[in-house]
Write a protein that binds this ligand. Sequence first.
Ligand code: AMP
Ligand code: MG
Length: 427
Amino acid sequence: MNFDGMISVEEARARILDVVRRLAPETKPIAQALGQVLAEDVVSPVTIPPLDNTAMDGYAVRAADTDGASPEDPRTLRVIGEVAAGYLFEREVTPGTAVRIMTGAPIPAGADAIVPFEETDEPPGRTFGAFAKGRTEVGVFKAAAPGANVRRAGEDVLRGSVVMREGTELRAAQIGVLASLGKESVSVYRRPVVAIIATGDELLDLGQPAVEGHIYDANSYSVAALVEEAGGIPRRLGIARDTVEELTAKIRAGLDADLLITSAGVSRGDYDVVKDVLLREGEVDFWTVRMKPGKPLAFGTFRAPDGRRVPHIGLPGNPVSAMVTFELFGRPALYKMTGRGGWERPTLRVTVEERVENTDGRRFLARAIVRERGGRYYASLTGPQGSGILTSMALANALVVCPEDVPALEPGDEAEAIMLGPVVGDG
Ligand code: AMP
Ligand code: MG
């Protein structure tokens, strides 16, 4: 056991990130890989678009044939056929001729520009098949520059090029790009399974009737949601009473996970059966981190039956502390395990609108609402800041940082806000 002195947020995070490891890659169908991170560079097997093609419905022409055209003095071209997306036009566009063409269709040989229907005498509202119905001439109202409305082969992707790098998080657009390359599956880092255990004799699980003096287990649920947001797969193992038997059984049940998270029972000083069991079952340090909410934190590893070392984060029990410590330590750990690069949130410089007191020399993370007014950002508190007041988190879109050595932020002072959600706008 190691009861350190107080350590900084940065030191605690560095120690955790030093122990957790990125997980091994797995192959996933792209439709199931949303939110996962590429474990390979993706090289394109195809060129996109595969051929020069038209960006508009209209006529494929030789640009030179349209020189000087205007509505008063149109150029009349002979229509020699039609082509739609998915088909090739086999003949050549020779001087004085044109081909009716639909968006996405390959540019016929000889043509070098597309004149949209809007710039011809063709009445609107006609679709594919007009040529078959006897449309054999077209009047062009406007000169087309060579290349007009032509999408070039390879302007999106060249065969053999690296389209996405290892480490890229797959969002909707990346999934779309993979599909456009014809890739059915892709190598991504495995999502960590995170076992979550709440501890405490006072806790009720959802569905149990309210009992005087008891409270519902909030942490299992808030932490599971945070795990999911961070790219992990939460596995709630429920509540362990503060007995050696129950705690031991729950912890052992969690050791097939990639990360074990417990909440409560890690405060320094007080006797707590949780600490006893953590120490007996694993190699765990109990830290006091120079932050508020969330001073007590446990971190260690447990030996799984299969020999793996499973990292463990012991969050404090107070519901706000549990969420804030997960934000500062758990989320970065999961980001590393999932193969992401940075874990930092965006920050803003804000003007605080009310006094933020910070009496005990720790970094105070005030739950705040950041609003934009006239191009500047302002922060107000979400109400009482006790570490048990979970509604203060629910209202917040930011954590305003009052540094360790600053006893108070006064109205009008500038501070840093760690943004948890979108800024509230002017309107
Ligand atoms: P402890 O760390 O066990 O001293 O708990 C600190 C505070 O957090 C106590 O008020 C607990 O009742 C509360 N608490 C512990 N676990 C939970 C939980 N899962 N959900 C809500 N509150 C909790
Ligand atoms: Mg407790």
